[in-house]
Design a protein around this ligand. Structure first.
Ligand code: NAI
Length: 341
């Protein structure tokens, strides 16, 4: 059984994420940490009659929350508001993630770290460089959570198929669309690259294909706008984050993943990956990319790069655009750690 810690557990994402993980049969202990209100939230969830033990920790108790944790989720930080991009959050969230990852390095050095806070494209490099500096970095243990992009792609693909031809749309099951679509690249705007693996659906979408790509890339903006200043995705993020965490937890028990083509934003050098990913790194000197992962015992055992082998010219174009932006985002994160003493 596995102890899971959530850092930032009192927030809009943190609370429903904590609830969903309290329901997970794979969790034996759920530690909820935040700089505010986590003790009360832990007490509240502890009354639920699932078998995990749930405890909330106040701001001075991070060590206790992390001790023996095998999986740590980090949704701590400031969310987007109208007019703010994920990258604008960098200044506020970079320091928070650096300090939390330092604590993980000190108190739970073998934990798998799942970074939810934005901008993922820059904060994952911050997590990696922080751990490298401490001599605690294990390549398979740090994952940027991009699963909301896949969840959205599955939903939107069916929506657009319905628009194009209600008969074709009705044949689709949103919950199994991960067999037909995956999302790679990064986690902001044009760095998000939806790839429809069932190419007959691209044909069926016809002119809706471009709308589909755009909506997956900028779907987060719809929520920021609709919430009118009250934040960004929280409930759908909690769902996507809990789904992702459950796949990590299932892999401790050697259980087959439920989601095909589950991706994460990862540090590529040091991970077992195919020729095409090595080429991606070499051609673009890009060290991080979101790609389908193979999990084993909670860590990334290898990267599945087969998706990169058969890209259409349009998809290649999306990769080129994404790489240019990712370069800047990654460098920004690395510099934050490497340029500080
Ligand atoms: P929120 O403001 O509701 O919650 C953030 C929580 O973090 C608060 O409870 C706050 O007290 C806590 N916090 C701040 N500093 C902390 C520290 N040093 N240690 C522990 N806790 C700390 O924000 P929300 O809506 O929950 O979003 C959280 C993050 O998740 C944001 O960065 C947001 O952009 C990101 N996000 C990521 C998504 C993804 O797909 N990866 C999707 C949606 C949101």
């Amino acid at each position: 059984m596995v102890k899971v810690a959530i850092l930032g557990a009192s927030g809009g994402v943190g609370q429903p994420l904590s609830l969903l993980l309290k329901l997970s049969p794979y969790v034996s202990e759920l530690a909820l940490y935040d700089i505010r209100a986590a003790e009360g939230i832990g007490k509240d969830l502890s009354h639920i009659n699932t078998n995990s033990n749930c405890v909330g920790y106040d701001k001075d108790s991070i060590e206790s929350s992390l001790t023996n944790a095998q999986v740590v989720l980090i949704p701590a930080g400031v969310p987007r508001k109208p007019g703010l991009t994920r990258d604008d959050l960098f200044k506020m969230n970079a320091g928070i993630v650096k300090s939390l990852v330092t604590a993980v390095g000190n108190f739970a050095p073998n934990a798998r770290i799942l970074v939810i806070s934005n901008p993922v494209n820059s904060l994952v490099p911050i997590a990696v460089e922080t751990l490298k500096k401490m001599g605690k970095f294990k390549p398979g243990n740090v994952m940027g959570v991009t699963n909301l992009d896949l969840v959205r792609a599955e939903t939107f693909l069916v929506d657009y198929l319905m628009l194009k031809d209600p008969k074709v749309g009705q044949e689709q099951d949103k919950t199994t669309m991960h067999k037909k679509v995956t999302v790679i690249g990064g986690h902001s705007g044009e760095t998000i690259i939806p790839i429809i693996t069932d190419k007959s659906l691209v044909f069926q979408l016809d002119r809706q294909y471009e709308h589909f790509i755009h909506r997956v890339q900028f779907g987060g903006d719809e929520i920021v706008k609709a919430k009118q200043g009250a934040g960004s995705a929280t409930l759908s993020m909690a769902f996507a984050g809990a789904k992702f965490a459950e796949e990590v937890l299932r892999s401790f028990h050697n259980e087959k993943p439920e989601t095909e083509s589950l991706s994460a934003f990862v540090y590529l050098p040091g991970l077992k990956n195919g020729k095409r990913a090595q080429q991606l790194v070499a051609d673009n000197s890009i060290e991080y990319f979101s790609l389908p992962i193979v999990l084993q015992n909670g860590s990334i055992a290898s990267i599945d790069t087969s998706i990169l082998e058969n890209l259409s010219p349009r998809e290649e174009q999306l990769v080129d655009t994404a790489v240019k932006e990712l370069h800047k985002n990654i460098q920004k994160g690395k510099s934050f750690i490497l340029d500080s003493s």
